[in-house]
Design a protein around this ligand. Structure first.
Ligand code: NMX
Ligand code: MLT
Length: 434
């Protein structure tokens, strides 16, 4: 079977039954308690959400449907013999829970190609924005412009039965994923290349076409984009972009609306915008110190950043307690493809310097680098130098995870999300009464 929707339809009844059993048998059992510190401290560590597509371990990092990043690199189909995985294979895996065959991944490439045409009114919206509009804001506006075509919104208005919700959500999700490379490339070309757009190449896969439409056809860049789009796809459910997509989707807002919510969160500097911030910060180091930065100069720069009340971008994590395997994977790509690139060496120098300093502050729970510390280096190497655009590339990839989970959330009939909040007074009263 190579039809993704049919593969989902075959899986869904079994998983619905599994969830019914889980609720019946284990509904009253506790998964963990919530302390006052957690309620105030960003709900860190409270196991209070169902998310099927991936799971994060603080030490080991992310697993997509049970598979680590090195396993994905080995097992997912690639465009070139022995090359980087293609994200279409990952989409099959995230949606169905099964590692795809080459034919299944190819069928997803075809499905996305068929639906990739972006309507003119989306380009009109992009062209009419203020020229200084940040690329992430442009992405949100373009996705919202597409919302007029939401099948879920139309079917809901027409009175669709709730057992069928997942089907139009699936259609919207595939339609949106299919169009995101063209939208992202248009944002890039409008913002940095005078608005001259490049047509998709029908012989290229989804991620390679993104690179091509941006204007980068180097074989190495196509492979980098395939890997980049694969590894940024999902990071369990509690991160800001996934959680925001999930929350808004739980009100039965359609995939265009809920994905936009996720993207407005990804646009924050503590989340996805950190990849832009890393590059800015590295450029500051280079303009102050020059290219041959020594370890001592780097240490001084890190301390100066901390003393001025800023974070060191690309380091730390709310859940991870070791180096992010997505960082390691990108470092491996850099080592294989650009071993002598000065910026790669600079990032490697940061790895030697920053963790020790962050540890010395005594408060940073994870001093190790995250995914955003390395991605900019790969992009810069292939000539994609406009760092304000980087988070858009992260966002295109993130669609694969959050929209796959969105389909499952509707298939499993998950309810509207509505945790309890408390005032300081209410917390004081409850705790003092204990
Ligand atoms: N530089 C300076 N201070 C930091 C850093 C850092 N990289 N990481 C954490 N801290 C501080 C943090 O601001 C907090 O300080 P205070 O008590 O004064 O408010 C303290 O250390 C404890 O924070 P943690 O519990 O270690 O981290 P938390 O879970 O609150 O935040 C991040 C996680 C990722 C927001 C934080 O590590 C950070 O700001 N990192 C830099 C930005 C970044 O790289 N974000 C990208 C994350 C990955 N992504 O793509 O989303
Ligand atoms: C992510 O990929 O979403 C980030 O690493 C942030 C997170 O997991 O909290």
């Amino acid at each position: 079977i190579t039809d993704l929707k049919a593969a989902m339809a075959a899986k869904i009844p079994k998983e619905q039954e599994r969830l019914r059993e889980l609720r019946k048998e284990c509904g009253p059992k506790a998964l963990g308690a919530c302390t006052v510190e957690q309620a105030i401290g960003g709900m860190r560590g409270i196991p209070a959400m169902l998310w099927e597509t991936s799971l994060l371990d603080p030490e080991e990092g992310i697993r997509f449907r049970g598979h680590t990043i090195p396993e994905l690199e080995e097992k997912l189909p690639s465009a070139k013999e022995g090359g980087e995985p293609i994200p279409e294979g990952l989409l099959w895996l995230l949606m169905t829970g099964e590692m795809p065959t080459v034919d299944q991944a190819k069928a997803v490439t075809e499905l996305l190609r068929e639906r990739s045409k972006v309507p003119d009114y989306v380009f009109d919206v992009l062209r009419n924005l203020h020229p200084n509009t940040h690329p992430m804001t442009q992405l949100c506006q373009a996705v919202l412009a597409l919302q007029v075509d939401s099948k879920f919104a139309a079917d809901y208005r027409a009175g669709i039965h709730k057992s069928k919700y997942w089907e139009p959500v699936f259609e919207d999700s595939i339609n949106l994923i299919a169009k995101l490379p063209t939208i992202a490339a248009a944002i890039y070309r409008n913002t940095y290349k005078g608005g001259k757009l490049i047509e998709a190449d029908p012989n290229l896969d989804w991620a390679a076409n993104l690179s091509h439409m941006m204007g980068y056809d180097d074989e190495g860049c196509l492979e980098m984009m395939r890997l980049y789009q694969t590894i940024h796809a999902d990071h369990e459910g509690g991160n800001v972009s996934a959680h925001a997509t999930h929350l808004v989707g739980s009100a039965l807002s359609d995939p265009y609306l809920s994905f936009t919510a996720g993207m407005t969160g990804l646009a924050g500097p503590l989340h996805g915008l950190a990849n832009q911030e890393v590059l800015r910060w590295l450029n500051e180091v280079r303009s102050e110190v020059g290219d041959g930065v020594t370890k001592e100069q780097m240490k001084e720069f890190v301390w100066a950043t901390l003393k001025s009340g800023k974070v060191v971008p690309g380091f730390g994590h709310a859940v991870l307690r070791k180096t992010d395997p997505r960082y390691t994977c990108q470092a491996g790509f850099a080592k294989r493809n650009m071993p002598d690139y000065p910026l790669y060496k600079l990032v490697a120098l940061l790895y030697d310097v920053v963790p020790d300093i962050l540890t010395q502050t005594g408060k940073v729970k994870n001093p190790w680098p995250n995914v955003d510390a390395h991605s900019g280096v790969l992009l810069q190497y292939y000539g994609i130098t406009e760092e304000n655009f980087y988070t858009v590339l992260f966002g295109v990839s993130r669609s694969l995870g959050v929209l796959s989970q969105g389909v499952w959330s509707r298939a499993l009939g998950l309810p509207i999300e509505r945790p309890k909040s408390l005032t300081m007074q209410a917390i004081e009263d409850r705790v003092r009464a204990q």
